[in-house]
Design a protein around this ligand. Structure first.
Ligand SMILES: [Zn+2]
Length: 61
């Protein structure tokens, strides 16, 4: 039996920032403006291409 449902509806998208959309305009073009290495995770700052809103995502390696 195969279980391939990966729709985990958690509040914070931590591992995969794919499918991330701007909460302001709904744009999905959010290029990374800088990356910071933390002890336990990688912090990425992204900026919306349309409204220039900045947001941070955490990636756990
Ligand atoms: Zn936006």
């Amino acid at each position: 039996m195969k279980k391939s449902t990966t729709t985990n509806t958690s509040a914070i998208p931590s591992a995969k920032p794919e499918g991330l959309v701007c909460p302001k305009c709904g744009c999905c073009h959010l290029p990374v403006i800088y990356t910071r290495l933390r002890r336990n995770y990688i912090l990425r700052a992204r900026q919306c291409r349309h409204c220039e809103r900045r947001m941070f995502t955490r990636e756990i390696p």
